[in-house]
Structure formats: structure tokens, C-alpha cells
Design a protein around this ligand. Structure first.
Ligand code: ATP
Length: 135
């Protein structure tokens, strides 16, 4: 079995979608190992998003992630890293497939950063690194 880090980002928490997102993870059959509400400081976000430093959306992304609490979730299951990314849908919420979290609940708000409701680790290395940052 495998573990991944899922974040319900500040837009998802503010819109009251945490329960709906948790329900989809559970309905898929993954296990919720740990869940916590986190108000990350800049240092934590700079660690989390280190790979994006210098990109045009980096600073707006860090600011957005400091705009309110996120819900961090440790999720376990066979191939859960790939599986959660499939549940989440592609980055751009306008074109994310219907049936996915981003496709069903997200849209482009015309802001500098895509407010796409969730984050999911993209590899076993990222998952280990990110779980250590958030838990
Ligand atoms: P995916 O890997 O499925 O694309 P992700 O959440 O892992 O989704 P990243 O590429 O790691 O996406 O980018 C981190 C976050 O930065 C995105 O979720 C989104 O909020 C924001 N972002 C990424 N690319 C852009 C972009 N071109 N314009 C605006 N915001 C972006």
C-alpha cells in the first residue's frame, strides 16, 4: 500500500467543499489515515512549492495558500498517488473532466493563480517529502 498527501486548498475550505472532497476519497475506497486543519506560514509553503520558485504564478500561489486554512489529509491505498490525481482532474478547472473534483466544482476565476480546490502528491518521492511538511 501507498500513502499520499491531499490538500483541500483555501478555496475548497472557504466554499465548504471539504466534506464533499473527503466523501469522494472515501467512496473510492481509500483510507483516511490523518486529517488536520492547517494555517501554513510562508516557510512551510516555500518548502512545499520549492519546485515552482521563480515561476510567474509562484508568489500569487504562496499568497493564495496563506489566505486561509487548508485541510491536510494523509490518504492510504493501493496506487493512491495516481488514483487521487485521477479523482482530482487536470490542473485547469475549466477544462478538467466532469466527474473529477476540479471538473465538477472548479472554474477559472480570472485570477493570477488557478484556484483548483485540491493538491495531490505526484510521485512517491513527493508524497514522502510533502507528508513530512504537513504532518
Ligand atoms: P497538476 O500536477 O495536476 O497540474 P498540481 O496542483 O500538482 O496539478 P502544479 O503544477 O504542481 O499543479 O502547480 C501547483 C499549483 O499552482 C496548481 O495547483 C495551481 O494552483 C497553480 N498553477 C500551476 N500552474 C499554473 C498556471 N500556469 N497559472 C496559474 N496557476 C498555476
Amino acid at each position: 500500500t501507498e500513502e499520499t498527501l491531499v490538500l483541500v486548498k483555501p478555496d475548497g475550505v472557504a466554499r465548504g467543499l471539504t466534506g464533499a472532497i473527503l466523501a469522494r476519497i472515501e467512496a473510492k475506497g481509500y483510507a483516511l489515515v490523518d486529517v488536520r486543519l492547517v494555517e501554513p506560514d510562508r516557510a512551510r509553503l516555500e518548502r512545499h512549492y520549492a519546485e515552482h520558485e521563480g515561476k510567474p504564478f509562484y508568489e500569487p500561489l504562496v499568497e493564495f495558500m496563506m489566505s486561509g486554512p487548508s485541510v491536510a489529509i494523509r490518504v492510504a491505498g493501493n496506487r493512491v498517488i495516481e488514483g487521487f490525481r485521477s479523482l482530482a482532474g487536470t490542473t485547469d478547472p475549466t477544462t478538467a473532466a466532469p466527474g473529477t473534483i476540479r471538473g465538477d466544482f472548479g472554474r477559472d476565476w480570472g485570477l493570477k493563480v488557478q484556484q483548483n480546490l485540491v493538491h495531490g502528491s505526484d510521485s512517491t518521492e513527493s508524497a514522502a517529502r510533502e507528508l513530512d511538511i504537513w504532518f
